[in-house]
Design a protein around this ligand. Structure first.
Ligand code: GLU
Length: 546
């Protein structure tokens, strides 16, 4: 074992003792059974929708138990840091309402691991003083060579037993190397128990996993500054001092639990409860299921949902349904209010189905009133479509009439809006500033009618147009217009002798539809005309008269 003075010489002289941190971070005063949870993202510049899923669950389980939820940014891998990662998280948290209960200067912080360097160092020094951790000078090449030899003899790979070159090295040799300033990492002296370790998972029940035999690295290279711990060590220290008693994290960490339990034990900390969440999956066209991938799937990114403008409530509702199937059966409002239960999670990862999400989103938007829709569209467009924001602000009344078309006063409201980004495409034509009048009578959207006929009809309609609240009365003027210009009175007559007519009533109405909306497909024309107002209707149709 290294002498205490040798160990201490490796750390700042004013580094506090563990007891200092224990006093600084006293146990939380919370009601019996309250969970303290955290979301612990690594700031890699990509926020995965699975992160929103986990954070949502963590926040909710904490709140449901009268506890606390916070976010701890795991930035110990300084090589992977990305400048605007923090803003990305803030954006995602704000949008989905999953921001932390504490942060900044709150008492259990700092909430950024790189700012907790001294805390970790205190505990590394303590383990080294006790001989439960030791410096290791192996180079990358030496480690690769160990792995190669282990593979060649079909042994488990890793740094353990007789392979652990520095585990029981001569203290004098170690001290000399340290004295000479050689680069080292600090490794945990694993108790090296053989066999399997059992533990309880709040989602999966009793689990067993192979014990940890490896002397894992707990403090990274002495050549780096700041000197940061590995995930495993920071996990043990942080959960303990920050009072976390339920760790919700991805299932890829299950195999690390035996190591984590060893670390908690060595540090003298009671371990937290664990709940390992299965990852969000997707089905490939061939039917193969795989994890939603950052590299392959645009929908893996939180920014995808923000940029497309899926309403947060729809996404959260969908994610809750994936977490607990029971919630997918309930109406949105109710499902958002019902608790998520860890015991109801599946062990297999749920499939993310974008078609299903689109349906949910359209259904949800259809329940919102016009002003709410417009506010959400404007908010979405603020950073993405300034022209739209401007138009919606200056033409608010028209906008309200436009969104109400076939939504208000009808039995089945329109479900055309799936995402806020669809708004311009679907409703843009209502606004003069976003609409290009159709002026060419040969325009193919008009269905190939004779150019002179289109002109005449348009002029006739514009000259005689009048608004009526009564749909049949209003539509009658189109019927009469069609008749005046020789269109077949009904489909039957047309089919009998197609050459005798320029087209059917539908074809005549299409001219007006295209003139008013720019498209042969549109919401109910009477409702559109009502929203536009008589002057605008006449103006748009007259644009075709030449
Ligand atoms: N930083 C780890 C990750 O992003 C966190 C895992 C955990 O929640 O403990 O995978």
């Amino acid at each position: 074992m290294l002498e205490r003075s040798v160990v201490d010489s490796l750390f700042p002289a004013d580094l506090p003792e563990p007891s200092h941190w224990e006093e600084h971070y006293p146990p939380r005063e919370l009601p019996e059974g309250a969970y303290v949870t955290r979301f612990a993202p690594s700031p890699t510049g990509f926020v995965h929708i699975g992160g929103v899923y986990t954070a949502m669950v963590a926040k909710e389980v904490a709140h449901g138990s009268g506890g606390v939820y916070f976010v701890r940014v795991e930035d110990t891998d300084q090589a992977r840091l990305v400048a605007d990662a923090a803003e990305q998280f803030d954006r995602a948290f704000a949008y989905f309402g999953i921001g932390p209960d504490e942060g900044g200067d709150d008492p259990y912080g700092p909430y950024l691991q790189s700012a907790r360097e001294r805390i970790y160092l205190s505990y590394v020094r303590e383990l080294m003083r006790q001989g439960r951790a030791y410096p290791c000078f192996c180079t990358r090449e030496e480690l690769e060579e160990i792995t190669r030899r282990q593979r060649a003899t079909k042994l488990p790979t890793g740094y353990y037993g007789s392979w652990a070159r520095w585990r029981d090295a001569d203290p004098a040799e170690v001290a000399a190397k340290l004295e000479a300033g050689e680069e080292y990492v600090v490794r945990f002296r694993s108790p090296g128990v053989e066999g399997r370790v059992g533990f309880d998972d709040a989602i999966r029940g009793h689990l067993e996993h192979e014990a940890n035999r490896n002397d894992v690295v707990i403090l990274k290279s002495s050549a780096q500054s700041p000197r940061l711990p590995t995930y495993h060590f920071a996990h043990a220290v942080d959960e303990h001092l920050m009072g976390v008693n339920l760790v919700l994290r991805g299932e890829e960490w299950i195999s690390s639990v035996p190591l984590h339990l060893q670390l908690f034990e060595a540090l003298g900390f009671p371990p937290p409860r664990y709940a390992h969440i299965a990852p969000l999956m997707k089905t490939e066209p061939g039917g193969v299921k795989r994890k939603l991938s950052k590299r392959k799937d645009p929908e893996a990114s939180v920014d995808f949902y923000l940029d497309a403008g899926y309403p947060a409530a729809a996404v959260l509702y969908y994610l809750r349904g994936l977490a607990n199937g029971r919630l997918a059966e309930l109406p949105l409002e109710q499902a958002l209010a019902e608790p998520i239960r860890l015991a109801e999670f599946g062990v297999a990862g749920p499939l993310v189905d974008m078609v299903k999400l689109a349906d949910i989103s359209a259904d949800h938007i259809a329940t919102l009133d016009g002003p709410t829709v417009l506010d959400a569209v404007s908010e979405w467009a603020r950073q993405r479509d300034p022209e739209l924001v401007e138009v919606l602000a200056s033409e608010r009344e028209l906008a309200e009439r436009a969104v109400d078309v076939e939504r208000v006063g009808v039995e089945n409201p329109r479900k055309d809006l799936v995402r806020w980004s669809d708004f311009r495409q679907l409703y843009g034509f209502f606004f003069g500033a976003l609409f290009t009048p159709v002026t060419d009578p040969a325009d193919e959207r008009l269905g190939g009618l004779d150019v002179a006929l289109v002109r005449k009809m348009a002029a006739d309609f514009a000259d005689n147009y009048s608004w009526s609240d009564d749909q049949p009365t209003w539509f009658n003027q189109i019927r009469e217009l069609a008749a005046r210009h020789g269109f077949a009175p009904n489909p039957k007559a047309y089919k009998k002798d197609p050459d005798a007519y320029p087209g059917m009533l539908r074809d005549a109405a299409n001219v007006l539809r295209v003139a008013l909306t720019g498209s042969p497909r549109s919401p109910d024309l009477h409702a559109v005309a009502g929203a536009l107002g008589a002057d605008e209707v006449a103006r748009r149709v007259r644009a075709l008269a030449g």
